[in-house]
Design a protein around this ligand. Structure first.
Ligand code: B1M
Length: 211
């Protein structure tokens, strides 16, 4: 069991998408729970990739192939992470903010929300404030923004300001997250909610819709 998780960790780090898919399936077949495979195998590997990048041992291409391997593993894991079939918990428009191309965390959050019955409008990456505003106008109850770069975090504030300017701020809830985002930062920019990870994002979204 442990060696399968270790293999997944190593294969994500080495960017071996085919092997990751195979090992994730083998781990599921062996009865290892999907959140364990995700957190201890795949997310842990991405953290290690980040560390190696910081130390100058990995470069952007290595990060990219690891990201592809992680996405490949997620495609196998998805049905096991989104088990629930409750419908219409609310409508969420989610995207990675302007200037930011990181989408693995955003995709995970979207996946978990979908599994909890939320209708998801995925705006993709590099989403400018006006696109979030448009989504709010189209009836999204929650605007969910992800940012992975300290340089792109300010776009969350700009988007909240754009929602206010469009007269929509009191009609939607704003939820933010991503590695550099904190509860304090969320409060500082006037967001309604923050979550440090995808599973807590579901609880937070439910809370925001109920409020
Ligand atoms: Co980049 N990158 N990257 N990168 N990358 C980081 C973020 C970095 C921390 C690496 C490092 O230096 N250690 C660093 C940022 C430093 C900083 O700003 N402080 C960095 C950098 C510098 C860059 C470039 C600038 C590099 C360059 O070009 N010189 C460049 C920027 C490109 C751009 O966006 N404009 C760049 C590019 C890339 C790739 C394209 C190669 C690739 C992304 C591919 C992709 O996403 N499709 C990439 C990757 C893979 C990473 C790391 C290694 C992994 C990110 C990841 O997917 N983690 C990352 C290092 C790290 O994070 N330790 C790094 C796994 C994922 C599941 O976690 O996204 O944090 P995460 O999501 C979590 C939570 O944060 C939360 O839930 C998720 C799961 O529980 N969450 C939310 C996320 N969004 C949420 C929203 C919510 C709620 C919770 O509500 C709405």
């Amino acid at each position: 069991m442990e060696s399968l998780i270790k293999d997944i960790f190593t294969n994500v780090m080495e960017g071996q998408a085919g092997a990751v898919k195979e090992k994730v399936q083998a781990a599921l077949d062996a009865g290892i729970e999907a959140p364990v495979i995700l957190n201890e195998g795949m997310i842990a590997a991405m953290a290690e990739v980040g560390r190696l990048f910081e130390e100058g041992e990995y470069y952007v291409p290595e990060m990219l192939i690891s990201a592809r391997a992680m996405q490949a593993g997620l495609s196998v894991l998805k049905p096991h992470l989104v088990a629930s079939d409750v419908k219409s918990a609310g409508k969420v428009a989610i995207g990675t903010v302007k200037g930011d191309l990181h989408d693995i965390g955003k995709n995970l959050v979207a996946m978990m929300l979908e599994g909890a019955g939320f209708e998801i409008v995925d705006l993709g990456t590099d989403v400018p404030p006006e696109k979030f505003v448009e989504a709010a106008r189209d009836g999204a109850q929650i605007i969910a923004m992800s940012a992975l770069l300290t340089t792109t975090m300010p776009s969350m504030k700009t988007t909240i300001e754009a929602l206010t300017e469009a007269g929509l701020r009191d009609k939607v809830k704003v939820m933010v997250g991503g590695a550099p985002i904190t509860d304090d930062y969320a409060r500082q920019i006037g967001a309604d909610g923050f979550s440090p990870d995808a599973s807590r994002a579901v609880a937070k979204a439910k809370e925001l819709v109920a409020a």
